[in-house]
Ligand binder design. Structure first.
Ligand code: XUL
Ligand code: CO
Length: 440
């Protein structure tokens, strides 16, 4: 299938030109084959483009209709249009030079009148996507099912109080898993958009959570049966569209996975703006997941300090990117996950090039973050300073305590022997300045 160049004709392949370039359609720091910390830059990130924001979203908001002209919506036949959309997507992906994309089932193909028709629509598009993947080398980082747009899911999908709706959700996840496996998807995501409640008064929370556990085990079993080898991922978010979402944050999801015996198959997909909605920092949820060996993938975006909702801005904050890359470098990286730009251009960004600027900015921010993080970890006193704070647990009774070998009575005896500890500064300002010292 020849790659077309009709949807973004003004843009050529984006190339690395270095920090000195003034070409806004070039990378300043993302030099995909440059070796950093032992591997090419592109393998540190495994960047992905989110199909829904980039190719489906007309940028409407609750106050106004879409502003974005999507030239691939040129037919009156919806199936023809999703085929054009796929062409446009692969033109964009190859010009940008990202290795991956991510989709919801409904981004690829619309729902039909019956489950059978819906499955057929998806199959047709999956076959076409497979050809595009083969022609371009672009791969699927993860697939997912959209279990939140259709009105039937207004009270939830897996946690809906009506069993009939749960069955529809299951049929949808089955088809989305089939599609993901057919396309060689490396992960499969569950984002529980409406798995939560609007009012606790009409909700049996424990019953709904148990249903979610049963649903996820059934999905896991089906996925493994059809040969899916990748990670299942849960993407935490505390609220929106529901008032309370069950997958509130990384810590809550880890507890849920343990309760429902899902830790062998599931990891977490951490999204920056979801972590901040939960009143954490992005790095908090990434660190928590990474330290428990459960960091599966990242949805890279950014909220807004002035308001509380999920703005899905493209990431441009270098300080944040440095922190995230420090965590990834210290915890063995993000593979087999990646960094998916679950982000959208603004409603008033209406030129076709804006989508390129947005992604180039995000990729360069993380590339620069990686270079700085690598320097901090290798050349500065950062690790010594941090680990030094815990030195009293490295040997002797501190080590025994950490291994669970000392009783409360024995600890009391040590307290008497040890006397009062010296005051030790946590040096927070020094740590903060250290990051800035390397941002140069
Ligand atoms: C919504 C969100 C989703 C998931 C996939 O806030 O992040 O797009 O990433 O369903
Ligand atoms: Co997301």
């Amino acid at each position: 299938m020849p790659q077309s160049s009709q949807y973004f004709p003004a843009v050529k392949k984006i190339r690395y030109e270095g920090p000195e370039t003034d070409n806004p359609l070039a990378f300043t720091h993302y030099d995909e084959n440059r070796i950093v910390a032992g591997k090419p830059m592109k393998d540190h990130f495994r960047f992905a483009v989110a199909y829904w924001h980039s190719f489906c979203n007309e940028n409407s908001d609750p106050f106004g209709i879409g502003t974005r002209n999507l030239p691939w919506n040129k037919s009156t036949d919806p199936i023809e249009n999703v085929k054009y959309r796929l062409e446009a997507a692969f033109e964009f992906l190859t010009k940008l030079g990202v290795p991956y994309y991510c989709f919801h089932d409904r981004d690829l193909a619309p729902e039909g009148q019956t489950i059978g028709e819906t499955e057929k629509n998806l199959e047709v598009l999956v076959n076409l996507a497979k050809q595009h993947q083969r022609d371009t080398g672009v791969k699927l980082l993860w697939g997912t099912a959209n279990l939140f747009t259709h009105p039937r899911y207004m009270n939830g999908a897996a946690t809906n109080p009506d069993f009939g709706v749960v069955c529809h959700a299951a049929a949808q996840v089955k088809a989305a898993l089939d599609a993901t496996v057919e396309l060689g998807g490396e992960n499969y995501v569950f984002w529980g958009g409406r798995e939560g409640y609007m009012s606790l008064l009409n909700t049996d929370m424990k019953r709904e959570l148990d249903h979610m556990g049963a649903f996820l085990r059934a999905a896991r079993d089906y996925g493994r049966k059809i040969g899916f080898k990748g990670n299942f991922l849960i993407e935490p978010k505390p609220m929106e569209p529901t008032k309370h979402q069950y997958d509130f944050d990384a810590a809550t999801v880890i507890g849920f996975l343990r309760e429902h015996d899902l830790l062998d198959d599931f990891k977490l997909n951490i999204e920056a703006n979801h972590a901040t909605l939960a009143k954490h920092t992005f790095s908090h949820d990434v660190m928590l997941a990474a330290q428990y060996g459960l960091l599966g993938s990242i949805d890279a975006n950014r909220g807004d300090n002035q308001n509380g909702w999920d703005t899905d801005y493209f990431p441009t904050n270098l300080y944040d990117a440095v922190e995230i890359m420090m965590i990834l470098l210290e915890h063995g990286g993000i593979t087999p996950g990646g960094l998916n730009f679950d982000a959208k251009i603004r409603r008033n960004s209406t030129d076709p090039e804006d989508l390129f600027y947005a992604h180039i900015g995000g990729m360069d921010t993380f590339a620069r973050g990686l270079l700085i993080a690598d320097e901090i970890l290798n050349n500065s006193e950062y690790k010594d300073l941090r680990d030094g704070r815990y030195r009293s647990f490295d040997s002797g009774p501190g080590k025994e305590f950490a291994a669970g070998k000392l009783s409360l009575e024995e600890l009391r005896v040590h307290a008497i022997k040890h006397g009062e500890s010296e005051m030790r500064s946590s040096k927070q300002e020094l740590f903060e300045n250290l990051i800035n010292r390397y941002i140069r």
